[in-house]
Design a protein around this ligand. Sequence first.
Ligand SMILES: [Zn+2]
Length: 118
Amino acid sequence: MHELSIATAIVEQAEEIARTDGADGVSSVTVRVGELAGVVPDALHFAFEVAREGTALSGASLVVEQVPALAWCGGCAEEFAVGMPPFFWCPACDRPSRELRSGRELEITGVEPVPAPT
Ligand SMILES: [Zn+2]
């Protein structure tokens, strides 16, 4: 289950970001996951609950923003959804395109610190 290694990496990076910001803990982490990133959101949520144990994220929740896979057609100058499984063929002009614009994202976009206890 490779989601566990991804979740562990997310936890480690979020801890690092929180530490840099001087936060004691993290209340939530937001990640962008592309349709073609090969990550199952349900599995990622489950893995996150395992990976956060004993870390600064032990009380944190995971927010997954899914990014649709879009390719660019130069002929139409428009993006089209490649779908799942991906099909790199413009539906408008019936020509192939492999110019992927989005869909492989796997990145942390937000780390929400726990409010300071003052
Ligand atoms: Zn086209």
